[in-house]
Ligand binder design. Structure first.
Ligand SMILES: Cc1cc2nc3c(=O)[nH]c(=O)nc-3n(C[C@H](O)[C@H](O)[C@H](O)COP(=O)(O)OP(=O)(O)OC[C@H]3O[C@@H](n4cnc5c(N)ncnc54)[C@H](O)[C@@H]3O)c2cc1C
Length: 339
């Protein structure tokens, strides 16, 4: 049975800690709830916003519609053999708790994605990734409910059209499906351990740990706790912008003036450039404007020091975009969903 509340403060529901209100608010714990909701007059008459952990969105003002908090829970084993296990997780399960469940059971694959906030259901939305691993490499299928008809659709991995911080759900099917569960295949033995990215190997060496699912997860947690601001302490949504990809020729040309410019060759002679480096070069790192700013240790992370509004953050983001464009002729794209 669903219950729709009115004028609900969204402050506790978003990691930017923006004090915006939802005209209507409800939570769903089952697919049946969701189907009931789709037939409700409030749903039919208003726009709606699906909310998981609110860790990848910027609320730019009050939401004059219905916010649907995803609380679909449960983890079940779909199939397993000697070497792999396939798990289906309810979309409202917290991502990191799922990672810990896997690590505890010696299921390999997600350990590099430890400590990413948010829900299982939002993981395929932007194909979450960290420390050399993307969730697309583990996802088998995504079950989603059509937000108009209530019908269930099972998307294969290919149908999700995953890309760098992208999927079909973030692009052409935006708002059209409510992801209700995600099915992932993990290894039970012969785990493929990825220690080459970032400071993982260095941290393992310092801790004198042998690489394993558990030690990698612990190392990633330690690195992230050191590097990234904790949203419980300071409002943020992780990386605000995506790392842009530019032509090799543009990269070479900028490198003439900035020989230290980092870049990673990707497909089709394109080079991926760290957005944080570009932002830092424009002098933004550590800058504070009123109650919002750019994190002093992570130029890619915009922060709310307390009473910043969504508009304040958006305006800061626009100023950053403009200065990166002016200095480097590169267009940054937000990774965060602007609501
Ligand atoms: C400190 C910090 C570190 C982070 N580090 C990383 C990182 O390393 N890598 C990374 O990829 N991301 C990172 N993020 C971003 C974020 O945690 C992830 O993108 C996460 O998957 C978002 O989950 P969520 O449940 O909070 O999504 P929300 O913010 O609630 O929603 C994000 C978008 O998805 C939609 N959505 C949510 N759930 C569903 C659903 N069930 N069906 C359909 N649409 C849905 C929403 O409408 C919204 O548009 C970080 C964020 C923070 C705060």
């Amino acid at each position: 049975m669903i219950r729709i509340q009115e004028h609900v403060d969204l402050f506790p529901y978003n990691t930017f800690k923006i004090a915006a209100k939802a005209r209507y608010f409800t939570s769903v714990t089952t697919v049946a709830d969701l189907r009931e909701l789709i037939n409700h007059p409030v749903y039919k008459q208003h726009k709606h916003l699906i909310m998981g952990g609110g860790s990848n969105m910027l609320l730019t003002g009050d939401y004059d519609g219905l916010v649907i908090k995803n609380d679909l829970r449960g983890i079940e084993t779909v199939s397993e053999n000697d070497s792999t296990v396939t798990l289906k997780a309810g979309a409202g399960e917290p991502w990191h708790a799922f990672v810990i469940f896997c690590v505890t059971n010696n299921y390999g694959g997600v350990e590099n994605l430890s400590l990413i906030p948010g829900t299982i259901g939002a993981a395929p939305m932007q194909n979450i990734g960290a420390y050399g691993v993307e969730v697309k490499d583990l996802i088998k299928t995504v079950e989603a409910v059509d937000t108009s008809s209530g019908e269930m659709h099972v998307f294969t991995n290919a149908e999700c059209e995953f890309g760098y911080r992208e999927s079909v759900f973030k692009r052409k099917l935006k708002g059209k499906y409510f992801i209700s569960s995600v099915t992932l295949t993990l290894t039970k033995k012969n785990h493929v351990l990825n220690t080459s990215y970032g400071a993982i190997q260095q941290t393992l060496d310092q801790q004198q740990s042998v690489p394993s699912i558990k030690s990698i997860s612990d190392a990633v947690i330690a690195i992230r706790q050191q590097k990234l601001p904790d949203p419980k302490v300071i409002g943020n949504a992780g990386s605000f912008f995506k790392n842009p990809t530019i032509d090799q020729s543009q990269y070479e040309s900028i490198k003439k003036d900035y020989p230290e410019m980092p870049g990673y060759t990707s497909e089709n002679q394109q080079v991926k450039v760290p957005a944080g480096w570009l932002i830092e070069q424009c002098g933004w790192k550590g800058k504070r404007i009123g109650d919002v700013g750019v994190h002093p240790h992570q130029a890619l992370v915009l922060v709310n020091y307390g009473n910043g509004s969504g508009e304040n953050i958006q305006s800061l983001a626009q100023d950053i975009l403009a200065s990166v464009k002016k200095k480097f002729a590169i267009d940054l794209q937000p990774e965060v969903n602007i609501i």
